[in-house]
Design a protein around this ligand. Structure first.
Ligand SMILES: [Zn+2]
Length: 358
């Protein structure tokens, strides 16, 4: 079911009946108050009779600067402008930029978790990208998964190359698919963990092909591929549905990697802005993923005169969103999710599973 709507009104109290029992939100205007930035409205929830300011739960809650500055800083940040440059241009200190970014990234991550669901997936491509970390973080990789027919960047993960992180990525990609009616074609490079991980996450709902790209002086000269999971007839059925790929390839996810490199200095080649904390790279990616899927029109998704976003192609929204709309969305209050680091999910670690009483 397409959503086409963003929830902008919700009671921010976790124990409120409207959140616990999923009732319809009933908010009324309680009062108006004047601040340095102009008028702010205070709302009252008719279920629990508590009041709160209308920006509660959004990225703009309790900010001293105008919203437009936060939007511009976030926008520059996903376009790969260095924080030092943003700081000089906007006149905002580096500490403030980093705090805003952390908050915006968490919000974007929650937004993606709630809204990104693909109805009829056709082809998934998996690949890893080397992050340029300093000293102890030097062995850091960014895993990515892209759904080719909609160009939706379904999931990412910052980790070392292990079986566990590959499985977590595959499960996260599986979570972003709503219903799989026909087997999905999954392609990846030759890393040894993919066949096991994809088999665990998708079972009979996918067919997996490993692609071996041969390069000569920087150009792709030959592509070999081999079937590693699923019967041959399933592969033929999956390939016949794919309009974008004539032969199994990982070209689309590699193109995504270029976009990511341009938007994040930690992933640039020969960068001098090396990553020192994985958390910072995770925050960058959460914001970038949200911007890529919901905000940025994708050049290859052009229909008549309109250039669509991946989320429009997947039928989730019927127009490109703006960062303002995403930042003004109010997530369901969930202290447990709010404490989790941005690059983790519930599935990440069985020992860190959600406590049963909440
Ligand atoms: Zn309430």
């Amino acid at each position: 079911m397409p959503q086409h709507r963003i929830c902008r009104r919700r009671c921010p109290h976790e124990d409120c009946r409207s959140n616990r029992e999923g009732l319809r939100t009933k908010l009324v205007l309680h009062s108006r108050l004047m601040t340095q930035r102009g008028e702010r409205r205070r709302l009252r929830c008719k279920h629990c009779d508590r009041t709160f300011v209308s920006t509660r739960g959004t990225v703009y809650y309790r900010l001293r600067r105008p919203r437009a500055v936060v939007d511009r800083v976030s926008r520059a940040s996903v376009d790969g402008v260095a924080p030092a440059v943003i700081s000089r241009v906007e006149g905002v200190s580096l500490g403030t930029i980093s705090r805003w970014k952390a908050r915006a990234a968490r919000h974007a991550w929650r937004f993606t978790q709630e809204h990104l669901l693909i109805d009829r997936p056709v082809e998934l491509q998996f690949d890893e990208l080397k992050g340029h970390g300093a000293t102890e973080e030097s062995d850091t990789w960014v895993y990515n998964c892209l759904e080719v027919s909609t160009r939706v960047w379904t999931s990412w993960r910052v980790a070392r190359r292990t079986l566990r992180s590959t499985t977590v990525l595959a499960r996260e990609a599986r979570d972003r698919l709503r219903c799989i009616t026909e087997p999905v074609l999954c392609t990846s490079d030759e890393m040894k963990y993919y066949p096991v991980s994809l088999k665990r996450a998708f079972e009979k709902f996918c067919v997996h092909v490993q692609v071996d790209n041969r390069y000569s002086s920087g150009r792709l000269v030959r592509t070999n591929w081999k079937l590693t999971w699923g019967p041959r007839w399933r592969l033929d059925a999956a390939r016949s549905r794919s309009e974008d790929s004539k032969k199994p390839n990982t070209a689309y996810v590699e193109r995504l990697h270029l976009t990511m490199r341009r938007g994040c200095s930690y992933l640039h080649r020969r960068t001098n802005g090396r990553m020192r904390k994985r958390r910072c790279l995770g925050e960058n990616l959460a914001l970038q993923q949200c911007h890529y899927n919901f905000v940025r029109p994708h050049a290859s998704l052009k229909l008549d005169k309109q250039t669509r976003t991946p989320a429009m192609q997947a039928g989730i929204f019927n127009r490109p969103l703006t960062l303002r709309e995403i930042f003004s969305w109010v997530p369901k209050p969930d202290p447990w999710l709010d404490r989790l680091p941005v690059d983790e999910t519930r599935r990440q670690d069985p020992f860190r599973a959600r406590p049963s009483n909440s």
